[in-house]
Design a protein around this ligand. Structure first.
Ligand SMILES: C[S@@+](CC[C@H](N)C(=O)[O-])C[C@H]1O[C@@H](n2cnc3c(N)ncnc32)[C@H](O)[C@@H]1O
Length: 264
């Protein structure tokens, strides 16, 4: 957590990209819960751009290898002109921020082309999948559905999936894709909360515990954030509205997690 804190207070601000620091008000308690449950997988992002959010997620987790999936130079497949990843800048940012490129598998790929065979290989390579998975690639409804299914297949049951731009009116395909997914199917990961432009999903088996813990954590530590109880697709959920002017990114260090051993 200290490495993440240093990154958020330093170079995070210099890397162009799309991520609010106050998003970590919610990620900190989710990381604590994962440690408590021994959920130790690496992280993955579809749509890394220059690594702003990916590097932050990397700093939370010891497990390897992490996966970065982006079109990078595959311009022909750029469906929504949302900004294109820069492989050299991505690599440089990983190195400049204390990361090791040997710990990161880079897939220069349209995420829509990820197949069942890729999924099996990645599950094998990561010893059972990821603990945190961010979806921020193409914003069409079709990509959102495909990326969400990929993420659910590759994320451990105690893991977390972030879907960027769910309520962003400039990218209506994201909401359309998520709605189609939940109206026609009952996938294992379901909405938990929305904050900082991201819809956060967790596994049904962990939902009640994660909801209580995160709501309580944010209410206690960030009085300038509003935590509202809502329903999404029939599931109890939170909408966490942060104060982007005054809101801190992380709670103090003395509220660090119980380990799996301590909790046992
Ligand atoms: C909005 S940016 C991502 C921002 C990034 N997550 C951050 O932390 O700043 C979208 C990224 O998705 C990538 N992208 C777009 N379409 C994609 C696709 N079909 N498959 C994989 N990546 C894609 C783009 O190259 C770009 O880097």
């Amino acid at each position: 957590m200290e490495q993440l804190r240093a990154y958020l207070e330093g170079r995070f601000k210099e890397i162009p990209g799309w991520c609010h620091p106050q998003l970590f008000q919610t990620i900190q308690p989710l990381d604590q819960l994962q440690r408590r449950h021994g959920v130790e997988g690496p992280v993955c992002e579809i749509g890394v751009l220059k690594g702003k959010f990916f590097i932050a997620l990397m700093k939370l987790k010891q497990a390897r290898p992490h996966y970065a999936i982006d079109l990078f130079s595959l311009e022909r497949r750029d469906f929504d002109q949302g900004g294109r990843g820069h492989l050299n800048k991505f690599r440089t940012n990983i190195k400049r921020n204390g990361g090791n490129l040997d710990d990161v598998r880079i897939l220069e790929r349209d995420s829509m082309e990820i197949t069942r065979r890729d999924i099996d290989r990645i599950l094998d390579d990561t010893d059972g999948g990821f603990s945190m998975f961010s979806i921020d690639g193409a914003h069409t409804a079709e990509h959102t559905i495909h990326d969400a299914r990929t993420a659910m297949a590759l994320t451990r049951p105690g893991g977390i999936i972030f879907v960027d731009d769910y309520y962003n009116a400039n990218w209506p395909g994201v909401q359309e894709g998520v709605c189609r997914l939940y109206f026609i199917d009952s996938p294992p990961f379901v909405p938990l909360l929305e904050t900082c432009n991201k819809l956060v999903l967790c596994h049904r088996s962990y939902h009640a515990e994660y909801l209580d813990y995160v709501g309580d954590f944010v209410t206690r530590h960030f009085p300038d954030s509003r935590v509202k109880q809502v329903k999404r697709f029939g599931f109890d959920n939170l909408t966490i509205t942060v104060n982007q002017e005054t809101g801190a990114a992380l709670a103090p260090e003395d509220d660090e997690p119980a380990t799996a051993e301590a909790a046992a």
